[in-house]
Design a protein around this ligand. Structure first.
Ligand SMILES: C[S@@+](CC[C@H](N)C(=O)[O-])C[C@H]1O[C@@H](n2cnc3c(N)ncnc32)[C@H](O)[C@@H]1O
Length: 283
């Protein structure tokens, strides 16, 4: 994506500040640079426009892969060997008729996230970026009956697609949908005294806000809990190291990776699953 004029200058200034902050400190306070800048695409329409521009450049990227990280035949094999619950497959089929469906996570990533949730015995989860609700449903299905996932998104239209499937799966009561900017929801949770009360978090929303989401989640997730971060290697099938300066979102992810890699507050592993999934265990 090529931005022009003021917005390009402002966005690249944000990224420059992140990079500089990352070099200076392992415990960077991301909030000041972000707060001082004009809002990056925060609403669904602006977000969708960015995705549309990326998709236009990647017309050959098939919907279900979300990545060029693996050879197509290898990834097709992975999908064939992945156990996808029927209700998730139905939601995927319904989402295939929705614009921007390349944003949906793959079945293999859903299975991995469900496994992680079970492995750490998670009960309280939160996600930034719900879209039509696939990741929220995959996580909810892995939770015990008294578990919850707070699902944050700005779009009522997209999240409405998933809700019948949440009900069909019998887990609608485990998914607490919060419509509004994710940052406001995280701040409200912190203000309500929820620090340290979450076991698992998933970041899959507007890329330039990843650092601020991450800082909030470091407070909300308990020690030993897990933060999973999506798109750390690719965006709509395009590797971020190739998109580089042509994409504000790619620059945001490159800067985020630098910072997460150096952050002593977490254990880190970068997985080549989906479009790159970084796991950060809170120390
Ligand atoms: C990549 S999609 C999420 C895909 C989803 N995790 C799934 O499994 O299908 C990103 C979502 O982030 C949402 N979003 C964009 N900006 C946001 C913001 N500021 N706060 C909350 N959600 C936002 C978009 O509306 C979009 O639905």
């Amino acid at each position: 994506m090529t931005l022009t004029g003021n917005s390009a200058a402002k966005d690249s200034a944000v990224c420059r500040r992140w990079r500089m902050a990352g070099v200076r400190s392992q415990h960077t306070n991301f909030e000041r640079p972000i707060g001082a800048c004009p809002p990056v695409p925060r609403q669904a329409r602006a977000y969708a426009a960015t995705i549309r521009r990326q998709q236009t450049r990647r017309l050959n990227c098939p919907m279900s892969t979300r990545t060029n990280l693996l050879p197509a035949n290898v990834y097709a094999y992975v999908l064939r060997q992945t156990r996808e619950p029927e209700v998730l497959a139905e939601l995927r089929a319904a989402t295939s008729k929705v614009p921007h469906n390349v944003m949906q996570i793959g079945a293999d990533q859903g299975a991995l996230m469900a496994l992680l949730v079970k492995l750490i015995g998670a009960k309280r989860c939160i996600e930034l970026g719900t879209y039509t609700g696939y990741s929220a449903l995959a996580v909810a299905l892995a939770l015990p009956t008294d578990g919850t996932v707070i699902a944050c998104d700005v779009s009522t239209e997209w999240t409405a697609v998933g809700q019948p499937f949440w009900r069909k799966a019998g887990v609608a009561d485990r998914i607490d949908l919060r419509i509004g900017p994710g940052l406001e929801t995280l701040d409200a949770l912190l203000a309500a005294g929820e620090a340290g009360r979450f076991d698992f978090a998933f970041i899959d929303a507007d890329k330039p806000n990843y650092p601020v989401y991450y800082e909030r989640l470091l407070k909300l997730v308990r020690r030993g809990g897990l933060i999973a971060v999506d798109n750390t290697l690719a965006l709509s099938g395009a590797p971020i190291i190739e998109l580089g300066s042509r994409s504000t979102h790619a620059q945001a992810m490159l800067a985020f990776n630098e910072l997460a890699c150096k952050d002593e507050r977490v254990d880190e592993a970068m997985l080549t699953v989906g479009e790159g999934l970084t796991l950060l265990r809170v120390r």
